[in-house]
Structure formats: structure tokens, C-alpha cells
Design a protein around this ligand. Structure first.
Ligand code: AMP
Ligand code: ZN
Ligand code: FE
Length: 295
């Protein structure tokens, strides 16, 4: 039987693994297929694909986007995986470029807030934890706080400063679920609701059908932080809604302490179904633009 892990981060976002380290770890974990799903970037895909080809592992090009889900006039954050993305798609790259710049500006605001709180963290401290090409995020700030000994671990960094509504928290730039799904579709990918059990807070289960109705193609059923009971419920829900099923470890290398790659092993049949769905989306895209050209 073949297995996949469809949520993995690298140094191109807030993971600690280089593409080479990621592929080596995938090999050690006995995976046949992996998806690179860095936050707001596909810049690591090319190098990872080359290394995967050499290692006999299949790479699914992906990313993890942050979207806004407004419910009863309250705005919430949800994470959406784009899988089988065409990493060369110009419109997609332009949008990600904007998100990446917004991330850098957000990190600067967080540093400003920390300084006001009397924590003398600098941008240089943060950049010591980050590859210069990466999409910056809170975890880089968290790791810098640990490295400078302002906190003892990343959990404390989030609990004291960086977590939702903590004193150095800054809202992230984000667009609606429908627009995010449509952006992913236009780049040939499928849009999957990431880790619904922690999206990024719990308590969203009853809204999943509404989210899916806004353009999502599937649900990440298996995730490191889902209990077996949660995964069972999400699988039944995905089947009821007739949507795709995926799973991933959400490994960030050593960034969160433990290396998680391979702790979720998705049976390969689900990868095939997702690929078929992505191919259908791409085919209808081609049809659509031809129809437009004729007009
Ligand atoms: P951002 O996209 O910049 O908001 O950063 C989100 C990243 O921070 C994701 O990789 C999360 O998994 C990570 N994160 C959120 N809360 C924590 C926490 N308590 N400890 C470690 N990492 C966290
Ligand atoms: Zn991450
Ligand atoms: Fe996420």
C-alpha cells in the first residue's frame, strides 16, 4: 500500500527543514507522496520537486492560505490548503507576493508591540530564525523570543505575546473563503479546509457545511491534532457532503519541538481522487477561457 502526507512546511515558510531535509525525512518515514504546503508561498516547490524526483517520491505542489470566514458579522480565520496548484500561475504568484509582503509588515508591527511591552526584540533577531526567501510568520517571532531567552519555548511565546488577542498579536491580512477557493481553482488546484479541529480555534464544526458551500472541495480529515473521534466525524461529514478527504501531519521540522512528518499516513487512493478533481478543475478552466476568447 502507498501512503502520503499532504501537509508539510519548509524553510520557505515557518518550518526548519530545507527541501533536502524534508525529502530525506519523507524517505525515512516511508512516504510515497508528500505535499509541500508552505504558508502563502510556492517558492519551495521547484527545488522540492527536483529532490523528490531523484528520491522516487511524488510531490504535490501546494500551499496553505489564511482566509476570512464572516459569520453573523464576526470575522474568523480559517486555513485553506491549495493542492495540485500550478506553481507558475502568474495570478496566483501575484496574490501570494501580496500576502508575503503583508506578512513582513505584520511581523514589524508585532516587533513594535513587543518593544512597547519592554521586550527589546529586533528585526535582526527574527531574521536569524528565518530564511531570507521565506514568508515570515508568528512562529519566526516566537522562535526569536526563545533564542533571545525572553521566553522558554514557543508555547510560552504564543501564550504570553503572540497568540490570538495577546498583547503583541496583530491581525493577518486575509480574503474571503470564496475568493481564496476561487484563486486556488484558477491556479488549477483543489481547496481543502485545513485542520477543522483547530481552525485555528476549535468550535467551528457546525459551520463546516457552510464553509464547503463557499467553494471548498474537501476536508483535511486526518491531522496531528485531531483525535481519532474527530477524524471519524470529519470523514463521515466529508462523505455526506460528497467532498474530498485528505490528511497531513503539519510538520514544521523542529520549529515546534517534535518532527511530525509521517505521523499521519494518508492512503494513496485519496491522493488520486484529489488529483482527478484538480484535473477536472483545470480542464473546465481551459474550456472557460476558450469560451471567453471566442466572445
Ligand atoms: P501565522 O500564519 O504567522 O499567524 O503563524 C501561524 C503559525 O504559528 C502556524 O504554523 C501555527 O501552527 C503556529 N502556532 C500557533 N500557535 C502556536 C503555539 N501555541 N505554539 C507553536 N506554534 C503555534
Ligand atoms: Zn506553519
Ligand atoms: Fe494551519
Amino acid at each position: 500500500m502507498k501512503f502520503a502526507d499532504l501537509q508539510l512546511h519548509s524553510i520557505f515558510s515557518d518550518g526548519t527543514f530545507t527541501p533536502a531535509e524534508l525529502v530525506a525525512a519523507a524517505k525515512d518515514a516511508g512516504l510515497d507522496c508528500i505535499a509541500l504546503t508552505d504558508h502563502d508561498t510556492v517558492d519551495g516547490v521547484e527545488e522540492t520537486e527536483r529532490l523528490c524526483n531523484a528520491a522516487g517520491i511524488e510531490l504535490v505542489a501546494g500551499c496553505e492560505l489564511t482566509a476570512d470566514f464572516t459569520l453573523e458579522r464576526r470575522s474568523r480565520e480559517v486555513h485553506i490548503l491549495g493542492l495540485f496548484i500550478n506553481p507558475a500561475d502568474e495570478e496566483f504568484r501575484r496574490a501570494l507576493g501580496l500576502y508575503k509582503r503583508a506578512r513582513a509588515a505584520r511581523v514589524d508591527s508585532m516587533i513594535g508591540k513587543l518593544n512597547e511591552l519592554g521586550v527589546p526584540l529586533t528585526r535582526d533577531h527574527v531574521m536569524e530564525q528565518a530564511d531570507p526567501r521565506c514568508a515570515l510568520g508568528r512562529l519566526h517571532v516566537g522562535r526569536a523570543l526563545v533564542a533571545q531567552k525572553f521566553v522558554s519555548d514557543a508555547d510560552e511565546a504564543f501564550a504570553r505575546y503572540l497568540g490570538f488577542r495577546r498583547p503583541a498579536w496583530v491581525a493577518k491580512y486575509r480574503v474571503s473563503v470564496a475568493d481564496t477557493a476561487s484563486l486556488i481553482h484558477r491556479a488549477g488546484g483543489v481547496a481543502i479546509l485545513a485542520h477543522p479541529g483547530i481552525v485555528p480555534r476549535s468550535g467551528m464544526d457546525e459551520f463546516i457545511p457552510q464553509l464547503v458551500a463557499q467553494g471548498l472541495d474537501g476536508i483535511e480529515v486526518w491531522h496531528t491534532k485531531h483525535t481519532p473521534a474527530q477524524s471519524g466525524n470529519y470523514k463521515a461529514l466529508a462523505e455526506r457532503l460528497g467532498c474530498l478527504i485528505t490528511g497531513g501531519s503539519d510538520c514544521h521540522g523542529y520549529a515546534k519541538g517534535k518532527v511530525l512528518i509521517g505521523s499521519v499516513k494518508l492512503p494513496y487512493e485519496y491522493v488520486e481522487r484529489a488529483r482527478e478533481a484538480a484535473e477536472k478543475i483545470s480542464a473546465s478552466r481551459v474550456g472557460g477561457s476558450l469560451a471567453n476568447d471566442k466572445r
